[in-house]
Ligand binder design. Structure first.
Ligand code: GLU
Ligand code: MG
Length: 457
């Protein structure tokens, strides 16, 4: 980022101010997602937008060490209070917030005061990894499904929408709220594909159209913020926690990915199983091989492992299979005739405590390593792995994914591909935050973990 870049940003922002004022905007917020998956924000009055765009606003460097409950798992050596980083909004992604009148929001990228990319910024990391694949002629399309629950106010979870799983009754009970969520998202230009009541009491789900990974991560942040804002206007609390209450069903954050080259979907136009091309196979093989380590990014909290259990459609086994909802990687082809636009790979084992930029960065880094190493996939699995005994699991090469964060973190620490893609400043901050959460919950019961994690994200 040099002075000419800053000038361009200033001019761009000056050109937006009049229209934003006409649309009633008085303040602009910009946020980044930290290593615990929490969005941290700064905002300015509208007339400061050009200055924000050109020079950013400061955050302490300690923010990369924030735990989900705001405890600072400080960087070593007494450096916690020292240093500054600047967040600059991505003006091309600026949105007037429909459920927060008077406000606009844009995702931010973080730079050091020198103007260099901040080494712990996950959005810039994901941009670099996506560009790396584009240089090889590969385009990634992706989306994150959002599952959440609505609760009456209070610290307990009190399901606010009654009715059976996937029940039409529940839709009637959520009618005005659901309309307001969909209206707000449409006004913000979010392309919603589906909305429905999920399994558990008070649980809902929404899916959106695929985009480039950075944009899909931005959309995931915006959709969650919008859902929360609409809920607040209805006097409801929102939780995206992987396990809202220890005895109930979890919220997933399933990720859909497809690869394209020229106009072809590489997950539909090959001669491999279900139409996979060699490149798509290698990419998926890379992800499958690194899944235990990726969990430290995609299922990043102690609460994540309360959700990630067999026979809950959470994908607790490291395997893949066609439309297999118990496989961590579910191959989706779509109906016959739709494969070219519908075929994709769903990563089921991740949840919404993940920083979506970091999560995609991990998937692209390990997928790219799969491409480089010519990774392959084992045979697809067409049964529930929980129905197989240990011998049958071993014979098919199916592993249970880590069932606790310690194991996932150990796999992450040992993973050379992620270490080199992320770099030590980022990997070290992730380790510090995860270790701190493990310490916080040492000896805690599932009920205590679920209660403490319920409302933070
Ligand atoms: N709620 C389940 C999960 O935790 C997913 C249900 C579904 O397949 O949509 O991932
Ligand atoms: Mg679902």
């Amino acid at each position: 980022m040099d002075l000419a870049d800053r000038d361009r940003r200033l001019t761009h922002a000056e050109g937006l101010v009049r229209e934003l004022a006409d649309r009633g905007v008085v303040a602009v917020a910009t946020s980044f997602v930290d290593n615990s998956g929490i969005s941290r924000v700064k905002s300015v009055p509208l007339d400061r937008l050009p200055a924000l765009a050109a020079w950013g606003v400061g955050f302490s460097t300690a923010f990369d060490y924030f735990r989900f409950d705001d405890w600072v798992a400080a960087p070593p050596g007494g450096r916690a209070p020292i240093g500054d980083q600047r967040i600059l909004p991505d003006l091309d992604r600026l949105v007037v917030l429909a459920a927060q009148p008077g406000w606009a929001w844009a995702p931010g990228d973080r730079y050091a005061q020198t103007g260099d990319p901040y080494p712990i910024d996950s959005r810039l990391l994901l941009t670099r990894l996506t560009d790396g694949l584009a240089d090889r002629g590969i385009r990634v399309l992706s989306a994150i499904e959002i599952e959440w629950v609505v609760s009456y106010e209070g610290d307990e979870y009190l399901p606010a929408v009654a009715g059976p799983a996937y029940g039409l009754t529940r839709l009637a009970n959520a009618s005005d709220y659901g309309r307001d969520v969909l209206t707000a998202l449409a006004e913000q230009g979010v392309a919603v594909e589906q909305f429905h009541p999920e399994y558990a009491a008070g649980q809902l789900e929404l899916s959106v159209s695929p985009e480039s990974p950075v944009h899909a991560a931005d959309t995931s942040v915006l959709v969650r913020h919008t859902i929360r804002a609409v809920g607040a206007r209805h006097g409801l609390r929102t939780s995206f926690s992987p396990k809202v209450d220890a005895a109930g069903v979890g919220n997933g954050g399933h990720v859909h990915l497809s690869l394209g080259r020229d106009e072809r979907n590489l997950m539909a136009s090959g001669s491999g199983p279900f139409g996979l091309t060699d490149e798509a196979t290698a990419f998926a093989g890379g992800i499958l091989e690194h899944l235990p380590a990726l969990l430290a990014i995609g299922a990043p909290s102690v609460a994540s492992y309360l959700r990630l259990v067999p026979q809950h459609w959470a994908g607790a086994y490291a395997c893949w299979g066609l439309e297999n909802r118990e496989a961590a990687l579910r191959m989706v082809t779509g109906s016959h005739g739709s494969e070219e636009w519908a075929a994709n790979l769903e990563v089921k084992c991740f949840d919404l405590h993940a920083n979506p930029y970091l999560m995609f960065a991990g998937l692209l880094a390990t997928g790219t390593a799969g491409l480089d190493g010519g990774a392959t996939l084992p045979d697809p699995v067409d049964v529930d792995p929980a129905s197989l005994d240990d011998e049958a699991l071993a014979a098919r090469g199916i592993r249970r994914l880590p069932d606790n964060m310690r194991e996932a973190l150990d796999a992450f620490v040992a993973d050379g591909v992620l270490a080199s893609a992320f770099g030590e400043p980022l990997a070290g901050a992730i380790r510090a935050v995860r270790e701190s959460e493990l310490e916080l919950f040492d000896g805690a019961s599932p009920e205590e973990v679920a209660a403490a994690s319920r409302w933070a994200h």
